[in-house]
Design a protein around this ligand. Structure first.
Ligand SMILES: [Zn+2]
Length: 146
């Protein structure tokens, strides 16, 4: 787990956690928070106060509109960053899409692997080890009930 902490305070600036891809089993890092953190909200509040002071030279109630706009845009970028970090850069597996539509997730992986085979920057990355599907051999009853 990699946490980037502020030097003077015990505040987590950006939390990324290490995990393994469910498809290719390569270790990667994903953003753990889907929504804005408290530190982000405080930062956007300070930025909106600064912008409000620069525009009107005093604290103005119209600054609340700027705060709302910053929070809205910040939340969108935060969720886009989280969503992008969910997709494996090695094989293109998207666990969020897999939960919604496994067929579409499989097509995305196939499309990514074709794209990857044509690009030279993927030559030094670890090879994708496709999962092996275990199928019971014919004639063998694997049921525990007999
Ligand atoms: Zn992967």
């Amino acid at each position: 787990m990699a946490n980037y902490k502020c030097m003077f305070f015990n505040i987590k600036l950006a939390e990324r956690k290490s995990c393994y891809c469910a498809f290719c089993k390569v270790q990667r890092k994903v953003h753990s928070s889907k929504n804005l953190t408290l530190l982000s909200v405080v930062g956007l509040l300070g930025l909106s106060l600064l912008v409000t002071y620069i525009i009107w030279q005093t604290l103005d109630p119209r600054g609340l509109f700027i705060l709302g706009l910053f929070l809205f845009v910040g939340e969108i970028f935060h969720q886009l960053r989280w969503r992008q970090s969910m997709i494996c850069s090695n094989c293109g597996f998207d666990p969020v899409l897999y939960l919604k539509d496994p067929e579409k997730a499989g097509l995305k992986i196939k499309e990514f692997l074709e794209y990857r085979s044509e690009r030279p920057e993927y030559l030094l990355k670890p090879p994708v080890q496709l999962p092996v599907r275990k199928v019971a051999a014919k004639g063998h009853n694997i049921s525990l009930r007999g």
